[in-house]
Design a protein around this ligand. Structure first.
Ligand SMILES: *Cc1c(COP(=O)(O)O)cnc(C)c1O
Length: 369
């Protein structure tokens, strides 16, 4: 069976260094807010080309903390609206609603699956305060239209960079273009810890300071609380692992591109729609997502022939039980995408023979059989 994602094999590449990193932290006797986090934050600001990186507990918290900080700063308040792609992972929406802000779902572009920037302006109301754009599957979602609308209506642009470490737009790194960005280091992400971890990046000093304080109980001086904060810290052992893995991210991205290019070149089944690539050298391929009208049938066929696939995502946020108040919305592009997408295995450790097997199996598939 070709696994969808072989995390064991991925981390085995760095086994020695990861074990040394773990030992270093264990021996240090210091487990939170120490040297490892400090050096990871420095390394990650260099990688993202931003002034600040604040390590937090996970990607959801990174996004939640950005909006919470805007509320503390008086820039947003309860009931304000945030424009967000309807086609995203639930975390993007939770970050908004957890702060008592209102998500305004906007349809994605059918080819890139990312927020359709031409539909943003018509969704703006007097309550709109931000656009939360998601670089889904590892491809940039920002364009000049989006930046112009944000400028025209004085909206904050927040990036959900959970899937896009190192992706580019006009040579700028994802997470450095908007006002702030949330990053996830969930084990399966392109830059994955060996547990939960996340970060916020921003160039804004004040915002960075508020987020850092909020993430540590709303306290920058021990036992003095300025805000009602959270406990959301990136612990030393995960920071140490991330320091190791960040060194290899560019190699990892090249490995993912090799796999994506192989699929793009060799999959030629007319029943399958391949992903659209805006720029070969800027996509980081967190996921390789194909589309077909008979998705369940294809997934079953691939499984029977030894290829594991996943669906990102089977149910859109507005159709989730948790968000019943939005279930009446009609978002046909989003709903079609959620019915038709299927993610093929992708990672730098897939071998040529595995790629050949996957591709041949897909090309032999017919909706008639
Ligand atoms: C993974 C992910 C998140 C959340 O990250 P966690 O670290 O799992 O909390 C947010 N947004 C998107 C698009 C994601 O893929």
């Amino acid at each position: 069976m070709v696994k969808f994602l072989d995390l064991q094999k991925i981390n085995a590449q760095y086994e020695q260094e990861l074990k040394e990193a773990a030992s270093r932290v264990i021996d240090s006797g210091w487990y939170l807010l120490g040297n490892e986090l400090e050096s990871f934050e420095t390394n990650y600001t260099k990688f993202c080309q931003t002034k600040h990186a604040i390590g937090v507990a996970n990607g959801l918290d990174a996004l939640r903390l950005i909006f919470k900080a805007y509320i503390e700063l008086g820039i947003m308040q309860t009931g304000d609206e945030v424009i967000v792609p309807a086609n995203t992972y639930i975390a993007s929406i939770l970050a908004i609603t957890d702060n008592h802000l209102v998500p305004v779902f906007v349809e994605p572009n059918m080819d890139t699956y990312n927020l359709d920037s031409n539909k943003i302006e018509q969704a703006v109301t007097s309550k709109t305060k931000a656009v939360l754009t998601v670089h889904l599957y590892g491809q940039n979602s920002i364009d000049d239209t989006m930046l112009d609308v944000c400028k025209k209506y004085n909206l904050k642009l927040v990036e959900d960079s959970a899937q896009s470490h190192g992706a580019l737009w006009k040579e700028k790194v994802m997470g450095s273009i908007g006002d702030a960005a949330g990053h996830s280091f969930y084990p399966g992400k392109n830059l994955g810890a060996l547990g939960d971890a996340g970060a916020v990046t921003t160039n804004n000093d004040e915002l960075a300071q508020v987020i850092r304080t909020l993430a540590n109980y709303g306290s920058s001086k021990k036992y003095e609380n300025v805000y009602r904060g959270l406990n959301s810290r990136l612990d030393e052992i995960q920071a140490a692992f991330l320091n190791v893995k960040l060194k290899y991210i560019h190699t990892d991205i090249l490995g993912r591109r090799r796999v994506a290019n192989y699929y793009l070149k060799h999959i030629n089944n007319p029943d399958i729609i391949l992903p659209e690539v805006l720029n070969q050298n800027s996509h980081v391929w967190h996921l390789f997502v194909i589309r077909t009208s008979k998705r369940e049938k294809l997934q079953k066929y691939l499984n029977e022939h030894g290829v594991q696939t996943l669906i990102h995502y089977p149910i859109p946020p507005h159709k989730q039980q948790a968000y019943m108040e939005f279930s009446h919305l009609s978002l046909p592009t989003t709903e079609k995408i959620h019915k038709e997408v299927l993610s093929l295995p992708i990672s730098a450790v897939l071998s040529e023979s595995e790629l050949e097997k996957i591709t041949k199996t897909i090309n032999l598939y017919s909706t008639d059989n």
